[in-house]
Every structure is written in structure tokens, then in C-alpha cells.
Design a protein around this ligand. Structure first.
Ligand code: CMP
Length: 142
């Protein structure tokens, strides 16, 4: 099915100047960018986005990292976009990520793992709405 997913290029990967390289992976896989912006998240924005993790021991470090520099927030559209994007990213822990995935190629640790992607269609809808209004989403017309 045609789906959308929320993709973030995290501060480590933006700092390594990898925005274009990462976008190329998405485009090569047939995923289309339908909204994108650079943001430097506030503590409140990062805590809100990751609210489901607020009881986890890594929550403070996660919020600190995600506010440590600018990120790229992107909505991607395509057939099977949620799973396709997860496959391109690789496992959350770069040590477990398959060769050729973004996290295998560009991430060092589970805490600073280069990219985020929605884990299901339902969370994708919520995560896209967290960052983009309906008017900011630009369905492809050609
Ligand atoms: P992300 O997909 O952005 O969602 C939450 C993030 O928390 C995750 O990527 C990791 O970067 C980070 N994290 C740190 N430790 C863990 C852990 N033990 N399990 C899951 N996520 C973790």
C-alpha cells in the first residue's frame, strides 16, 4: 500500500555532513520526500516526540543528544514506506545493523544512531503530524 513514514536525520549524521548521502538512499529505493525541514529541537519538543520512552533509563541521554544540534525532519511517501525505510536504516543498534544499511555505514552507537524512522503506519501518522501541518505535506502530482 502507498504509505508515509517520518524520517529524521539525527544531530550526529547532520554534523558529519551526510544529509545528501542519506536522502540519496531513500530516493534510490523509490521513496519520495513529501515534506522536509531542518530544525534544532528544544528540550520540550524532543521530550514530546519521544514521550513513549520517558520511563526508559536512556531517556535523558536521548533528549540531550537530540537537542545537541540540528536535525532534518522528513516525511517520505512510497509503496510499503514504513518497512522499506526501516530496512534502509538497519537495526537500532549499529552493532546489529546489516551491512549496507545507514546505521551500519554511518552510526557508531545505539545512542547516536544517525537516523530515526516510524515503526508502524499508526506511529507514522502521529509522528508526521507532530512536525508537519497538512498544508506542509506535498503529495506528488508528477
Ligand atoms: P530511535 O528509533 O530514534 O528511538 C529511540 C532511540 O533511543 C533509539 O532510536 C536509540 O537511538 C535510543 N536508545 C538508546 N538506548 C536504547 C535501547 N536500549 N533501546 C532502544 N533505543 C535506545
Amino acid at each position: 500500500a502507498l504509505e508515509r513514514t517520518l524520517s529524521m536525520i539525527k544531530p550526529d549524521a547532520v554534523g558529519k555532513n551526510l544529509i545528501g548521502a542519506i536522502y540519496s538512499r531513500f530516493e534510490s529505493a523509490g521513496l519520495r520526500i513529501v515534506a522536509a525541514k531542518m530544525m534544532h529541537l528544544s528540550k520540550e519538543q524532543a521530550e514530546g516526540f519521544y514521550a513513549e520512552h520517558k520511563e526508559r533509563p536512556f531517556f535523558g541521554a536521548l533528549v540531550g543528544f537530540m537537542t545537541s544540534g540540528p536535525i532534518m525532519v522528513t516525511a517520505l511517501e512510497g509503496e510499503n514506506a514504513v518497512l522499506k525505510h526501516r530496512e534502509i536504516m538497519g537495526a537500532t543498534n549499529p552493532a546489529e545493523a546489516l551491512a549496507g544499511t545507514l546505521r551500519a555505514d554511518y552510526a557508531e552507537t545505539i545512542d547516536e544512531n544517525a537516523v530515526h524512522g516510524s515503526d508502524a503506519v499508526e506511529s507514522a501518522g502521529r509522528e508526521i503530524a507532530y512536525f508537519f501541518s497538512d498544508e506542509e505535506l506535498c503529495p506528488r502530482t508528477r
